[in-house]
Design a protein around this ligand. Structure first.
Ligand code: TRP
Ligand code: MN
Length: 450
């Protein structure tokens, strides 16, 4: 079964969730163009992330993976990227400070453009159109021109990823992420919430610690460890032609890397062991993630581990469970046991978003903050019971003050959903809810939750 791999060997397998491009030659041309462009990330960076994730697998660090459900070609601005980073930094500070453990930061950013859909078409009234598959494929509005898959979007996705990554690198290495600026990350609408005030107290303690260190002769500016942070990029490797076009041989090791992002994951809908997505990902050297939902069986999961990480490399494979708040404990425990017995050194991360989605009375797709926390609590509980490490969380959020998820400290209600519901796809936690969540997660992991 394990025939030779190449960046194109996935073509021999069934590929789910690929758009029906009407302009096949256009796709060919666009992919050739992308293949001629420089890589977005370097293999060495992917390897650094993998060694950090190995620390998570070993129980010595925590993974924070967070960002948009789907990035937008329309809402593409410096503000938008900065606000997202700001929340991620705030959450990272809270987790690092409260848990006293390193936090590996990975954004769903700079390439998260493709969405799997439950149906190939969408019907409104008497009209059937292709479903929206993310801006790398088509437009969201319900009209025939927007919904027709357009190959030029593959090229545009590359360019937007490059600009986004450029700004992420500038913000994370150029002073914005300096620990001396912890207070500045607290946006006004966050600072006025209880979570924001709790954050202010942590920030004040960090300030005092930094003052002490400055008095001792250590200042943040001259210490990159304190003034800079590594924020890695990740997205779902869904549109395989695009991923193949960015797959390059590393001149240092001779291995293949998908240079569209540091980390790629395979979704719950496309993770079939013999399918094209798993075939593609098994051959690239990047750290990879695999989403697993409540229907996965232990035997199937072990096959996936074997296929994706036959050499048992720690940090190579992150299993991202999305089981639902009510059944996470019961579903997860046998899987934790089976993977542990198999000796696979995986990172276990919890996606508390995707199995807790429902429609509000007004038809808006939403999630309740309590269910999100509930799933993380069950996840931690399951790991406690099996003596494994609850290694991380995978969150959909935005820095903006949106009202897309219910609950949280200011108790967003059904009626509030229409106020600022801006997502193109799934509902995201807003800045306040995200900072609140970081505190709750730290408490759950440290075992001090009330
Ligand atoms: N470089 C360290 C880290 O990433 C400390 C650090 C600097 C930091 N800026 C940060 C941590 C911002 C969290 C957020 O852990
Ligand atoms: Mn989503």
């Amino acid at each position: 079964m394990s025939s030779t791999w190449s960046p194109s060997s996935w073509h021999q397998r069934a590929a789910d969730q690929q758009p029906a491009w009407p302009d096949v030659e256009g796709v060919d041309r666009a992919l050739k163009t992308v293949a001629s462009f420089p890589p977005l990330v370097f293999a060495g960076e992917a390897r650094s992330l993998q060694s950090s994730l190995a620390q998570v697998a070993a129980g010595n660090a925590f993974l924070l993976q967070a960002g948009d459900c789907a990035e937008s070609f329309e809402e593409f601005s410096a503000d938008n990227i900065r606000e997202k980073l700001r929340v991620i930094l705030q959450m990272a500070v809270v987790l690092t400070y409260s848990m006293g453990a390193p936090v590996v930061k990975v954004g769903r950013i700079a390439g998260q453009f493709a969405k799997p859909r439950s149906s190939a078409t969408e019907r409104i009234g008497e009209i059937d159109l292709p479903s929206f598959r993310g801006h790398i494929v088509n437009g969201a509005s319900f009209d025939p021109a927007a919904r027709t898959p357009d190959p030029e979007r593959l090229v545009q996705a590359y360019h937007q990823s490059a600009s986004t990554l450029n700004l992420v690198r500038a913000f994370t290495k150029g002073g914005f992420a300096d620990l001396g600026r912890v207070h500045a990350w607290n946006q006004e609408f966050v600072a006025t919430s209880p979570a924001g005030q709790r954050y202010e107290r942590v920030a004040a303690e960090i300030d005092r610690a930094l003052n002490f260190m400055r008095a001792c002769g250590v200042d943040t500016e001259s210490n990159p460890i304190l003034s800079q942070v590594d924020v890695y990029t990740s997205h779902e490797a869904l549109i395989l032609g695009y991923e193949e076009a960015l797959t390059r041989r590393d001149s240092l090791t001779g291995g293949w890397y998908d240079c569209s992002a540091h980390m790629l994951w395979v979704g719950e809908r496309t993770r079939s062991v013999d399918g094209a997505h798993v075939e593609f990902l098994r051959g690239v050297g990047n750290p990879i993630g695999c989403k697993i939902g409540p229907t996965v069986e232990a035997s199937e999961l072990l096959e996936l581990c074997q296929r994706l990480n036959p050499a048992h490399v720690p940090g190579r494979l992150t299993l991202i469970s999305r089981m639902g708040a009510t059944r996470v404990e019961e579903r997860l425990r046998p899987l934790l046991r089976a993977v542990k017995e198999s000796g696979h050194p995986v990172v276990w991360a919890c996606d508390p978003m995707h199995a807790n989605t429902f429609s509000a009375p007004n038809g808006r797709k939403t999630r309740h903050f309590d269910d999100v926390i509930g799933e993380i609590a069950g996840f931690v509980q399951a790991h406690r019971a099996e003596s494994t490490w609850p290694g991380g969380i995978h969150i959909e959020l935005t820095g903006e003050n949106v009202t897309e998820c219910l609950g949280g400290a200011d108790d967003v209600s059904d009626a509030d959903l229409d106020r600022r519901y801006e997502t193109m796809c799934d509902p995201r936690l807003n800045g306040r809810q995200s900072v609140d969540l970081a505190f709750r997660v730290a408490e759950l992991i440290s075992g001090t939750a009330t």
